[in-house]
Design a protein around this ligand. Structure first.
Ligand SMILES: Nc1ncnc2c1ncn2[C@@H]1O[C@H](COP(=O)(O)OP(=O)(O)OP(=O)(O)O)[C@@H](O)[C@H]1O
Length: 269
């Protein structure tokens, strides 16, 4: 479904151009959940932004191709890209407060993609928005529909982002550190919610995280990035039981130890 081949990206705003992604290859099957892991600065967000067509203006694609169901995302027109964004590919971010409009009611924000991609009437959009909010396990969607982001907790704001991301039933959901700003209990709930959405709508999920514990719970396959290079790729079992690279071993070893649970047991849970 998603095929990234030989993707290299540079930033041109530095005195010497800096390459932030080197010949990346990544593929995803329909309905698959793939983890993208690596330290801060390894290129995870750049990969996500390239796939979603959201790279900053001074980022230059030096080589490669990105295809979604065969469609060439790097050479499609702006209109073609716009019709894919929110419709076929949707993205959720670490901090929903920066993506949500603080002065727009929740309901309108959840409906945004329907406004862009469909001719549905106001009442039809509202019905779909309430359903997406229920899918995102938001309590009392009728009330929330008329509230503003600042009236919600961080966990609920992330659920609002998820509701607006899934409202058009995208084939690919890119989740860039979606739980990092949340406390541990809410993190687990969001991971379960992503699992539920994946099963219900067969949405493929590219899950970006530095938390290998969460990646292990959610994903079936992992791609490991280091300084813009893909250093390892494999199933969850392969990566966690017999990582080939020292870098991967170090990443696994840096999984935070939960109180009272030895690291080795955590990894085999
Ligand atoms: N807007 C930008 N302009 C210039 N360089 C950037 C920009 N955004 C990111 N970079 C550089 O690109 C490289 C990859 O960054 P990226 O954000 O993809 O890393 P990451 O793995 O997502 O890190 P994190 O886990 O901290 O989000 C880094 O060296 C970073 O400094």
């Amino acid at each position: 479904m998603l095929e990234v081949k030989d993707l290299s990206i540079e930033f041109l705003d530095r005195s010497s151009p800096e390459r932030v992604l080197n010949h990346l290859n990544l593929h995803m099957e329909p309905g698959e959940i793939v983890g993208l892991v690596g330290e801060s600065g390894s290129g995870k967000t750049m990969t996500a932004q390239a796939v979603a067509g959201l790279l900053p203006g001074h980022a230059v694609i030096k080589s490669g191709e990105i295809r979604l169901n065969g469609q060439d995302l790097l050479h499609c027109t702006k209109n073609e890209l716009r019709s894919l964004q929110g419709n076929e590919i949707a993205m959720i971010f670490q901090e929903p407060m920066t993506s949500l409009n603080p002065v727009m009611k929740i309901g309108r924000q959840v409906e945004e993609s329907l406004r862009l991609h469909t001719d549905l009437s106001g009442p039809e959009r509202k019905e779909r928005a309430l359903k997406a909010m229920l899918d995102a396990e938001l309590p009392n969607p009728e009330d929330l529909y008329y509230k503003y982001p600042h009236q919600l907790s961080g966990g609920m704001r992330q659920r609002v982002m998820i509701a607006s991301a899934i409202i058009c039933h995208p084939k690919l959901l890119i989740a860039d550190e979606p739980t990092t700003a949340l406390d541990v209990t809410i993190q687990a709930q969001i991971v379960r919610l992503l699992q539920k959405i994946n099963r219900k709508y067969e949405t493929a999920i590219l899950f970006i995280s530095h938390d290998l514990g969460l990646v292990r719970k959610l994903c079936s396959r992992v791609v490991v990035l280091c300084d813009g290079d893909m250093v390892e790729e494999g199933t969850i079992e392969e990566i966690f039981r017999s990582p080939k690279q020292d870098y991967t071993r170090q990443l696994i070893a840096s999984v935070p130890v939960r109180t009272g649970t030895p690291l080795r047991r955590q990894l085999h849970e």
